[in-house]
Structures are given as C-alpha cells and as structure tokens.
Design a protein around this ligand. Structure first.
Ligand SMILES: Cc1ncc(C[n+]2csc(CCOP(=O)(O)OP(=O)(O)O)c2C)c(N)n1
Ligand SMILES: [Mg+2]
Length: 349
C-alpha cells in the first residue's frame, strides 16, 4: 500500500461521520451536572488506577502480565453507564477499566493485581481475571475471543429464564479473526440472543495494525449485515456518544429481541502490555490520538459550557487520588494467599 493510500485509510478511521455510519449524536444537555461529574470521576479513577498499576509493575509489586486501559476510558465508562444491575458484563484481558466502571471495589481490584488474598479472585487471577458475580461482572478473560461464547451462554440463560436484562460482551479487534467470533455472531443471530457485541477497535492487536491482518478494511460494523445483526459505529473517545449509543442498543435488544453490535473507535495510549516496545507504530500517531484524550477534553468542555468549574474538577481529582493511595496501601498490607489454598476453587474433574 502506498503511503497516500495509508493516509486515506487512516483518515477514514478518524472520520466517524462517514455515510455508512449510523453515528450517535449526543446532547450534552441531556445529563445533569452530577451525571457529568460521575462520568468524569470514573474515567479519571481508571486513568489513575492504571498509572498506579504501571508504577507498581515497574517496582515489582505487580507481576505477570499487565495490560493497561489508558486511552480507552470513554469507551468503558460510556458503555457501562448505560447498563442496569440486571445486565451481565463479560470482557477481555484489558479489564481494569470495565471493572472500575461497573463499580467493583477499588481496593480489592488492586489487591488482585498484587496477588493478595483480599483480591477479587483471592489473588489467584491477577490483572486479566477480575471477577465479581455479585455485580454480574463475569470476568476478565485471557484467551483472545474466549469470552464471546461465554457471553452468548449468559445471554441464553437470560432468554431461557425470561429474565430482564442483556449481556454486554467487550472484545478487541484482535479477536475478530478467530473462528469463535464468527460462530458466536451466527449463533446469537439465529437464536435471537439478548447480547450486545461491543468491539473496542483500537486499531492494533498485540503487534499488528488491523490493516495488515484484516481483509475488508478498517471498519468492522458493515460486516454485520452478513449476520443480520443491526450495528452502529461510535467515537470511542467521546464518553457521551458511547453512553448514548449503548442506551439505544440496549433498548433495541430488549424491544426487538435481537442482538446488536457496536464498534467503538478508540486507541490505547500505551503498549499492548507493559513490556511492549511499540515498534509497530510511531509516536506521531499516538500524539494525534492524545488530542482526543477524554480525561482532558471532557472536563474542558464542561468548564467551557459552565456546567462545572475548574475547582470542582480539581476536587474530584484529589478525592480520586486519595482513593488510589488507599488502594495501594490496602493491597500492600494485605496477606498473601496461603499455600494450603492452592487447589481450592478449581473446577475440574
Ligand atoms: C487465543 C489466543 N491467541 C493469542 C493470544 C496472545 N494475545 C494476547 S492479546 C493479543 C492481541 C489482542 O488484540 P485485541 O483483541 O485487538 O485487543 P487489544 O490488546 O487491542 O485490547 C494476542 C494475540 C491469546 N491470549 N489468546
Ligand atoms: Mg486491539
């Protein structure tokens, strides 16, 4: 591909107003001030949690793999703010953001990363396996695409038991070339499952951009015609747009009794994992996306529109910073799991 063609492709990735797109048109006035501030608080909480995780990985308190969600906060927070308690959430290994957006305990999330007994999965799951069934948060899954059929199973249970609610399944662009992705889309459509397929398209898998590994271009949502699943594209850096798109999707799933697919165009500001040298992309591209950083852009807009003040934003920031310091303290001071428990909680025969 020539560099001119590459630029055109990238332009189309940024241009979510393209005619094919059923884009969302959020209204900033549809929320009250507390709702706006809560969206900001959650996004900032995630960013600071991720920053703290990075530091504690570097100093050896967190081990194993660490995949940070920094950059994608507007996607996770926007989507989960439109769900209800009756909805299930299933996600991929870049799961800290979804867990915090759903309201999982910050101390226990951090303790899980530190491998401590007080962690959400008793310190046995680590970064990729945050889990809290009491909040219908059914993991954090490390196998790329492995969460898709599990989500379909949960949606099938909701349908079978005639329960209110939907299942949202987050996955990355990297899972879309797995056979299980196509199998799950097909089955969900044939069985009319109440599932929201939520693609976080951040343009990259582990070390390849999607234009190197995908036939069919940079947009995934048009391919949903094949499965007759209604779909929508959304600007994943705009928390209000994602919130509104998810609200529309949820309503349609319950009303039409069919699955729905959202493609959120987003970007991770950091490497695939903490140890990634990012040789497959250049800094210029990261800088372009950083201009859309929701942690900066969203409060700036709220202040400009006089919905809030700089003081109010700073107050939230310092409250969140304290929550994060407390979480590090809690995780550091918690006990290690005992060796006697090593075979507990294993479901295998
Ligand atoms: C079945 C399987 N194959 C390979 C891997 C190794 N792997 C981990 S993450 C990843 C890329 C996933 O990219 P994407 O789905 O786009 O998610 P992102 O990292 O961009 O959030 C790969 C290949 C894996 N975990 N599971
Ligand atoms: Mg990706």
């Amino acid at each position: 591909m020539t560099s001119k063609q590459k630029i055109e492709k990238n332009k189309s990735f940024h241009d979510i107003d393209s005619k094919k797109s059923r884009k969302s048109n959020p209204s900033i006035n549809s929320l009250d001030i507390n709702e706006h501030l809560e969206l900001f608080r959650k996004m900032y909480l995630i960013r600071q949690f991720e920053n703290a995780c990075g530091q504690n990985y570097a100093n050896g308190n967190i081990r194993g793999f660490l995949h940070l969600y920094s950059g994608q906060e507007a996607t996770g927070v926007g989507a989960l703010s439109s769900l209800k308690d009756s909805d299930y959430i299933v996600t991929h290994y870049r799961d800290h953001g979804h867990a915090l957006a759903r309201g999982l305990d910050v101390n226990r999330s951090m303790a899980e990363l530190f491998g401590k007994k007080t962690g959400l999965s008793k310190g046995k799951g680590g970064s990729m396996h945050l889990f809290d069934a009491s909040k219908k948060f059914m993991g954090g899954h490390a196998i790329v695409g492995g969460q898709l059929p599990l989500a379909a199973g949960l949606a099938l249970s909701q349908q079978y038991e005639n329960k209110d609610g939907i299942t949202i399944c987050f996955f990355g662009d990297g899972s879309t070339n797995q056979g299980i992705y196509h199998e799950t889309l097909n089955l969900a459509a044939v069985w009319n499952l109440p599932i929201l397929f939520f693609l976080e398209n951040n343009k990259y898998g582990m070390g390849s951009s999607i234009d190197r590994v995908r036939a069919g271009g940079l947009d995934f949502f048009p391919a949903m015609n094949t499965y007759e699943i209604p779909s929508m594209e959304v600007d994943g850096m705009d928390v209000l747009a994602v919130k509104e798109a998810t609200e529309i999707a949820r309503e349609k799933i319950l009303k039409d009794k069919k699955p729905f697919f959202i493609e959120s165009k987003t970007f991770r500001f950091v490497g695939h994992s903490y140890a990634d040298g990012q040789k497959y992309r250049n800094q210029d591209e990261v800088t372009v996306w950083e201009q859309k950083d929701p942690i900066i852009v969203y409060p700036k807009k709220l202040i400009e529109l006089k919905i809030t003040t700089n003081n109010e934003i700073n107050k939230i920031k310092s409250e969140v910073d304290n929550i994060i310091s407390d979480a590090i303290k809690f995780a550091s001071e918690s006990e290690e799991p005992s060796l006697n428990e090593i075979y507990d909680d294993i479901v295998a025969e």
